[in-house]
Write a protein that binds this ligand. Structure first.
Ligand code: NAD
Length: 480
């Protein structure tokens, strides 16, 4: 018997306590070596006035165990409550969200009989930093931040996962034909890192056609890695088309901890009736067992569960007349899985797990040599209500001096001066690009901003135009 591993467990809300009891029963019967610390999270904590849904003492448990098995919680209606998932993800630095999406044909109804896709979603960056601004009365902005260390961590995680789980291919989805710098970096790092894993195939798809292909022919994919927003959307699509939202588990992995859960919510209407399907949380727990180095127990649990599905012992949500043999409740389902421990599935692919290769957490490349940077100008965002783009340019050019001159005005990325097109629809937020043939100082830029302000314009924000080791750190406007 291996040494018990401390884990933190939260029973959650709604159906949470029932599916957690069922899951823990199966883990215990399977011989998982766990030392469980129980914490309270969710609705009761929120309603006690704690807006984060988790007490400080619970954080201490999470810091100690670094492993969190979490049942779904109910976020109370109304404002002011922070998402516990987002808080946990950010506090523990859970940068990788991993969601296996598998179909169980012919035992669970699905349009895609052959589907076994793992979505690896970057969890910390992209549009999810929550950095947004209002640029003018009618224009809002959200910053999409992508970093090289962030890309390296998630892409390496995806390839390490593929290696660990005997997967053959890792696919990357981005939109780098449009977002050349942010998604371009993600794609570039994918190409670089993939060279370290020559035994694993790699490919890149533009996310739109890739998503369409995944929804149509999921069997063409194995592991798919993507930035946060695409991953958020497509991991739900993948789980749904597998036919098994109630059957999917997921892990959130970070440098300071890991969290394992079902992908569904607390289904309050089903609570307390011994109806809910505990499979999603159980499969989350299987991922946890691999993570804490108990791969044999993980396989034992997973295979007993597959055998239970094959035997047609189904909860109401997957029960189908003619396919299922017995409709059972949460507790009976757990007992049926426990009774099959040691058995293997006969038609479905058996699960095999091996010990995780323990290597230091993907070392994100150090900052490297500091590049030579030069300031070549500035973009000044202004709100303008009083006339045409030409009139705006005329006004702004009053600020030209010291080699810094207005070279372009655009509206949401489309050039409107010089030689704008009459048809271009303009909002009240414009970007005025001032550039210089030779590098300028920050002082020159500040003096320019003062002159723009003196010309009577409201500056919403500015972005410096820097060149890094001779390469522009900004894009051109459409039409520039
Ligand atoms: P939900 O996932 O709870 O339920 C959607 C539907 O799926 C319901 O019809 C439900 O009956 C069914 N369902 C879900 N899980 C099931 C299971 N294990 N067995 C059988 N049927 C199941 O989504 P919702 O109704 O939109 O959200 C309910 C609450 O859950 C909300 O408060 C929401 O904020 C919360 N939520 C929590 C998490 C989490 O803690 N990770 C995730 C999503 C939603």
């Amino acid at each position: 018997m291996p040494t018990p591993v401390p884990i933190t467990v939260a029973h959650g809300d709604g159906i949470g306590p029932e599916i957690m009891d069922a899951t823990l029963h199966i883990l215990k019967e399977a011989g998982a070596a766990l030392e469980i610390e129980t914490i309270e999270i969710g609705e009761k904590v929120y309603l006690r006035g704690n807006t984060s849904g988790i007490e400080d003492s619970s954080w201490e448990s999470l810091r100690r165990t670094k492993v969190f098995l979490k049942a779904p919680i109910t976020t109370p209606q109304g404002g002011g409550f922070k998402s516990l998932n987002v808080t946990t993800r950010k506090t523990l630095g859970l940068y990788a969200n991993v969601r296996p999406c598998v179909s169980y044909h012919p035992f669970v109804d699905t349009k895609h009989p052959v589907m076994d896709v793992v979505i690896v979603r970057e969890n910390e960056e992209d549009c999810y930093a929550g950095i947004e601004y209002q640029l003018s009365p009618t224009v809002m902005e959200c910053l999409k931040l992508i970093s090289r260390p962030g890309c390296e961590k998630i892409v390496r995680y995806a390839f390490d996962y593929a290696r660990q789980y005997n997967r053959k291919k890792v696919t990357c989805f981005t939109k780098d034909n449009i977002m050349k710098m942010t998604d371009g970096l993600f794609h570039k790092v994918f190409d670089e890192v993939s060279k370290e894993y020559p035994e694993i195939q790699n490919e890149h798809w533009i996310v739109d056609i890739g998503a369409a292909k995944m929804a149509d022919t999921p069997e063409a994919f194995d592991v798919i890695v993507m930035p946060n927003l695409y991953g958020d959307i497509l991991s739900d699509v993948a789980a749904q088309i597998a036919g098994s939202v109630g059957l999917a588990g997921s892990s959130n992995i970070g440098e300071h901890g890991a969290m394992f859960e079902a992908i569904h919510g607390s289904a309050p209407r089903r609570a307390g009736q011994n109806l809910a399907n505990p499979s999603g949380l159980l499969l989350g727990a299987v991922l946890m067992l691999v993570h804490i180095d108990q791969p044999e127990i993980a396989a034992r649990v997973h295979n007993a569960w597959l055998r239970t599905l094959e035997d047609g012992v189904h909860t109401y949500d997957v029960y189908t007349e003619g396919v299922s043999s017995k409709k059972v409740g949460t507790r009976e389902f757990a007992r049926a899985v426990a009774a099959r421990l040691g058995q293997m599935p006969q038609k479905l692919k058996a699960a095999t797990y091996r010990r995780a290769e323990r290597k230091p957490v993907a070392a994100a490349s150090a900052a490297g040599a500091r590049p030579l940077t030069e300031l070549m100008g500035v973009d000044v965002y202004v709100a303008w209500y009083d006339g045409s783009p030409d009139q705006l340019a005329e006004r702004v050019r009053q600020a030209d001096r010291d080699g810094l001159a207005l070279t372009m005005v655009d509206n949401r990325g489309v050039k409107v001066w010089p030689e704008g097109k009459r048809e271009t629809f303009c909002t009240d937020s414009f970007r005025c690009r001032f550039t210089s043939a030779a590098p300028v100082t920050q002082g020159q830029v500040l003096a320019l901003l003062q002159r723009v302000s003196d010309a009577g314009l409201d500056i919403a924000k500015t972005e410096n135009l820097r060149v890094y080791d001779g390469k522009a750190g900004y894009t051109l406007a459409q039409g520039q």
